[in-house]
Every structure is written in C-alpha cells, then in structure tokens.
Design a protein around this ligand. Structure first.
Ligand code: SF4
Length: 360
C-alpha cells in the first residue's frame, strides 16, 4: 500500500498480524519483507508481532536456566562454537559434572524463577557415561524442584531418546542453527539431516522439541527465513534465537555484523511464521540488542536468566527489572500446543518446548 503523507510504498504490518491470527500462514515473501523493512517501520513491525505474541502468551515471560554440564572437548567442528575441536578459545574444559553440581544447578534455576532447567553437554552425542549421569539425575531433580527438564546432549539415537523420555526429560534442545543450504558452511562433521533425524527421534519418543538458530554467521536473509519455515514444518515448540557473539579463537570470530534493529526484525519475523511457538531471545542478547533488549520481548516471550554456556549474561535482577518495567510478569505456566505433527512417525503425543545451543 502507499503511504498518502510521504508517498512511500509501505507494508501494512497490522494486516499481516490479522492474517496470522486468522490462521492464514505468513507467506515467504511476507517474511522476507519483514527482514528487509526500513528501520523507520520497526516500531510498527514490533507492534504487529506483539499482537500475535499477546494472543498466545499474554504478558507472560518464561525464564530458562542453562547448566553447562560438560564443557569443551567436542570432536565436532561447528564454526560458531567455542567448545569445538577447532576452537582455540580460552574456555573451561571439564567432563560431565557430578550429581551434587547438577542438583545445585537445579536449585539455582528454581530460585531464579526459571520454568526450565537446561542440562547441556558439549558432544557429538552422549556416551554411555553421560547418558547414565543424565538419566540418574533427572528423577532426583524432579522430585525436589518444580522444574521442566530440557536436555541438550547432541545427536541422539532413537534408543537414547526413549531413555531420556523414560527418566522424565520433558524436552530436548537440538538447534537447526541455519538453513539446510547454509549448514555445510558452518559445520562439516555432521549434516543438517543428522540434526533433523535427532529431532525426529525426540518427537517420536514423545518429548517436546526445542530448536532454533543463530543469526550473524554470514547467512543470507533467505537462509534465516528458510530456517523459520523449517522450524514451523517440524512443529518445534520452543525456538531459541541466538545472535552470534563471536568468540576469539573460533572460526567465526570475525563474523558478527548485527545491529539491534535487524535482530528485532528477525525476532518479529520468526514470531509471525511460528505464531504459537515459544520464542526465546537467547545468546548474544546483551551484546547485540544492547539498549533495545526490552523491545525483543514484544515478539519473544522468553529469555535465559543468568550466564550462557561460555559467555556471561547480565545479572538476573536486571532481567527481572526489565520484565517488570515492560509490564510483563514471569510465569511457570504451561504453553499452548503447537501444530506440525506430520513430522511425528509414531503415535506419541507431543507437548511443548526449550533451551540453549552451544553458542550460548
Ligand atoms: S555446537 Fe555442539 S556439536 Fe558443535 S562443536 Fe559445539 S559442542 Fe560440539
């Protein structure tokens, strides 16, 4: 449509929101238009995405707490990751934490008002020792704390997924990270399809899917849009969107060229493409959204509280203040169901979402 005052060609972002709320999926061209929109339309875009967010999540914000349960020592070569075998970043390197440390993390998660405790290990996939550590600790955590558990353990076999489900894991995080076409540019030791297969195993075991991506790895706008649609087609319940915080010593150490306005448009686009999925502002929030962090809560309904895997977050008190100042409230409530079950091979029911990726 044409703006009568300025004679400019503009998009009616609120009509887009109405389209989505009427159950008519956003078209790819519309998604791209959000990313390409001029900065002066950002506020309208955020307002439109907020209408969708408010419809599904009201004024609630969910918090997630990450525990880096095993750091470094990973044989994979993901270019964004400080824990990979090709990274020279100075990070802590340790094997899977002891029971007491994992329990202490759960306590910290609960005390910080988190709804979900995310247990993350650096690995291509879990070995037997790591599987045992997780499957033994999860029932103990659930006995003591009212927390959902998200496990982020790398690639999983169907059998491993079944064991995680059986011990009480609610969700598994495994990020697509980028588009199918761009994946080989960021990792050569496993494929995009490997990641999809893990999500399939998780879904078939009856757990919720958490999967998202990373902005700022040199991908195109089309790649980000393609990823958003892949997540939608997979029926992902929870989408963490990371903003590459390039870490010295990693192959992508010079890659982050993001500005806060673009990051906000990407959040808005993903909200519009995945209207009822939980959307989390993940790693890089403080670095790339900077003074505009709070604006991200218009499209997104979730953040991590505390530190990320190998980088620092801001103080929890600052997050609570931001949420309160915006008029939002922290919740531990359940999320709406998400469509997309064509992905499920079995008759298992699905539930809802979480957590971080190895960049965070
Ligand atoms: S993202 Fe995961 S699989 Fe890739 S290098 Fe990092 S820890 Fe390993």
């Amino acid at each position: 449509m044409v703006d009568k005052v300025h004679g400019m060609q503009t998009t009616n972002w609120h009509q887009m929101a109405e389209q989505v709320l009427a159950g008519q999926p956003l078209q790819r061209e519309q998604a791209l238009a959000i990313l390409r929109a001029p900065d002066e339309e950002l506020l309208d875009i955020l307002a439109a995405s907020f209408r969708v967010r408010r419809h599904f999540f009201g004024m609630k914000v969910q918090l997630y707490f990450l525990m880096n349960a095993k750091s470094g020592l990973c044989p994979e070569d993901c270019g964004y990751c400080s824990q990979s075998k090709v990274s020279e970043a100075e990070i802590p390197r340790y094997n899977i934490l002891q029971r007491d440390q994992l329990l202490a993390g759960a306590k910290a998660a609960f005390e910080r008002k988190s709804s979900t405790y995310c247990i993350v290990i650096s690995a291509r996939g879990p070995n037997e020792r790591e599987m045992r550590a997780v499957t033994e600790i999860v029932p103990q955590i659930k006995e003591q704390f009212d927390l959902k558990i998200c496990a982020c353990l790398g690639l999983l076999t169907p059998d491993q997924a079944e064991r995680l489900k059986a011990c009480g894991v609610d969700r598994v995080n495994h990020n697509l990270n980028t588009s199918p076409d761009y994946y080989a540019k960021i990792c050569t030791t496993h494929t995009y399809q490997d990641r999809v297969d893990t999500l399939r195993a998780v879904r078939n075991a009856g757990m919720e899917l958490c999967s998202g991506g990373i902005l700022g790895m040199g991908e195109s706008l089309e790649d980000i849009v393609a990823m958003a649609y892949e997540l939608r087609d997979l029926g992902v319940h929870s989408i963490p969107l990371n903003f590459l915080q390039s870490i010295e010593g990693t192959p992508l150490q010079d890659s982050d060229r993001l500005d806060p306005r673009y990051c906000l448009k990407a959040l808005a686009m993903i909200r519009m493409v995945n209207p009822s999925s939980e959307l989390r502002i993940a790693g890089g929030r403080e670095v790339h959204l900077r003074s505009m962090q709070c604006m991200g809560l218009y499209p997104a309904n979730s953040i991590f509280v505390g530190d990320y895997l190998t980088t620092k977050g801001q103080l929890p008190e600052q997050d609570y203040r931001m949420i309160e100042d915006m008029g939002f409230t922290v919740t531990r409530e359940e999320l709406p169901e998400v469509a997309g079950d064509e992905f499920c091979d079995s008759g298992h029911a699905s539930g809802s979402s979480v957590a971080g990726n190895r960049m965070v």
